[in-house]
Design a protein. Structure first.
Length: 319
């Protein structure tokens, strides 16, 4: 049995993907860029089922060497910059040039499959009035105007992944998760600073004010454990029925719902909201979970279960 390389496997999402793959019986190799300390989530299986190697996706010769030396026969490409405030050049160097390096190394190393971690945000089309429509489909067409540089870089990654797969004969699957949250990394939240503010405030006994958020504003969260588990299913499939898989809630939660759940776990929590600053948002719902039905997959964590676990992690000191 070959080894699954998880680029960015020491990162927030990457370690959950690595855990799910290892629990399913795969040998897993995770990458890190600079220093490395064993993630708490992987501590009990490190070395026995999961190994770590220093490797930067912007270094093609290094990627080729890692694939060759460790017997890698498939890749989950999760290394990326997802911070919408990151410098444009830095983001594109990692998200586009780095992805092309991974694909080129996969071709050189005769890798059988690449699963590319994209984002559900790339399927959002913005109208001239700022309104947004989420189009749930397998389309990789670029909609415009984009918001920030991360989504366009993910689109390019999808297009190049499919192109390389078709040209060099390896399988490609694309995973598009929503806003990811959960314990063990990045304050428990990726790209949603308001939820991080809520967690940090209420668990410290401080009031939280969200002046730019309305109570009825929607937020499409997805729990990190579900994303890791689903990605492993998509990657391990001998043959995927689809090329794009969404991982997100059927129906977005509202901040009002989030507030109620937080107050169940933290009685006396004080959260105040302002008026909605978000434009109208439409959803062309959803083929997305139907795409996952080929695996019999259903998210295990609803918003209530996920937030409760996240709050417990904050209350324990975020180990």
């Amino acid at each position: 049995m070959g080894t699954v390389l998880v680029t960015g496997g020491a990162g927030f999402l990457g370690k959950y993907i690595a855990r799910s793959l290892a629990d399913a019986g795969d040998k897993v190799l995770i990458t890190y860029r600079r220093s490395f300390s064993t993630p708490r989530l992987l501590a009990d299986i490190m070395e026995s089922k999961v190994k770590a190697v220093r490797c930067d996706v912007t270094d093609l010769p290094e990627l080729v060497r890692v694939i060759r030396d460790h017997g890698v026969d498939s890749i989950v490409h999760a290394a990326n910059i997802s911070n919408y405030e990151a410098p444009i050049y830095t983001c594109l160097q990692t998200n586009i040039a780095g992805t092309i390096n991974v694909l080129e190394a996969a071709a050189i190393g005769s890798v059988k499959k690449v699963t590319y971690i994209s984002s559900s945000s790339i399927a959002t089309s913005h109208g001239p009035d700022g309104s947004a429509t989420e189009v749930e489909s397998e389309s990789v067409n670029i909609v415009s105007p984009p918001v920030g540089v991360v989504s366009p870089s993910k689109k390019v990654g999808e297009v190049m992944s499919l192109y390389y797969g078709a040209t060099f004969g390896f399988q490609v699957a694309i995973v598009r998760p929503g806003l990811i949250y959960g314990p063990y990394g990045e304050g428990g939240v990726r790209n949603l600073k308001e939820l991080r503010e809520v967690m940090e405030g209420v668990t410290a006994g401080k009031p939280v004010n969200l002046p730019d958020i309305g109570k009825d504003d929607p937020v499409g969260l997805v729990y990190v454990r579900d994303v890791g588990a689903c990605t492993a299913l998509v990657h391990r499939a001998p043959k995927n029925q689809h090329r794009v898989y969404y991982i997100a809630e059927d129906k977005p939660s509202s901040w009002k719902e989030i507030e109620a759940i937080v107050k169940e776990s933290v009685p006396g929590a004080k959260i105040t909201f302002g008026k909605s600053s978000q434009p109208a948002r439409n959803r062309a719902l959803p083929e997305k979970l139907n795409m996952l039905s080929e695996f019999g997959f259903k998210p295990k964590y609803g918003i209530r279960e996920g937030l409760r676990e996240l709050i417990e992690w904050y209350q324990s000191g975020r180990p």
